[in-house]
Design a protein around this ligand. Structure first.
Ligand SMILES: C[S@@+](CC[C@H](N)C(=O)[O-])C[C@H]1O[C@@H](n2cnc3c(N)ncnc32)[C@H](O)[C@@H]1O
Length: 201
């Protein structure tokens, strides 16, 4: 079977052992700003700790998608009430639904290694999230605000951040209001954007 997890299923045990809770305060603040009981899609949800568990503790309803069977099994244990799909972000059926919020933590820059394909895949994902959110819905994702290419420490695969300017342009094109960018205590950048009020095709 083809691995669609960009190498993550293979190193899932090491990822589980080393995932830290740095940045959880950003997730908690974002969760507090949403109405209680909001539906949130966690794209590339991993094990669910600490992002989805924090959102669930804040009183929200989770749906998680991830193409790593090992990490999705851990997610199901961590957030047993969540809807889940063993699918990739590129073609998950969950994008046929509408949500109040979406998170993509540690995902965008993993999408295909080749530069052009990475740009296209990240653009397509941001557009897909824009269509899946109710007007006023929130999108929270991580990516370095400086455009950069590096090797993922666990998988050894190439990761690419398109950089703040490109993410701002893609978010605007997908109907989002200008994002805020927050740096967490570990120096990771979090983009938070609100979907516009007009319906998009
Ligand atoms: C760095 S981990 C982050 C996991 C989780 N969001 C967290 O914050 O702990 C990246 C996750 O993205 C998932 N992933 C990789 N490629 C994906 C894809 N094409 N669609 C959806 N998820 C993907 C991996 O399986 C892994 O769970």
């Amino acid at each position: 079977m083809t691995d669609r997890s960009n190498g993550y299923d293979l190193i899932a045990d090491r990822f589980l052992a080393t995932r830290s809770d740095i940045g959880v305060e950003v997730v908690r603040d974002w969760a507090r700003a949403l109405p209680l009981g909001s539906s949130i899609l966690d794209i590339g949800c991993g094990s669910g700790w600490p992002v989805a568990t924090t959102l669930a503790e804040a009183g929200h309803r989770l749906a998680g998608i991830d193409p790593s069977p090992t990490l999705l099994a851990a997610f199901r244990r961590a957030v047993p009430d969540a809807d889940t799909a063993f699918e990739a972000a590129e073609d998950s059926r969950f994008f046929g639904r509408r949500f109040d919020g979406a998170v993509a933590v540690g995902l965008l820059f993993l999408l295909p290694e080749a530069a052009q394909a990475a740009q296209a895949a990240q653009a397509a994902l941001i557009a897909r999230v824009g269509r899946a959110l109710h007007p006023g819905g929130g999108f929270l994702f991580t990516a370095p605000r400086i455009a950069a290419t590096w090797r993922d420490m666990l998988t050894g695969r190439v990761s690419r951040s398109l950089g703040e300017g490109a993410y701002r342009a893609l978010l605007a094109g997908a109907g989002f209001h200008p994002p805020r960018i927050i740096a967490d205590t570990g120096g990771n950048d979090w983009f938070t954007a609100v979907a516009g009020s007009t319906d998009r095709a």
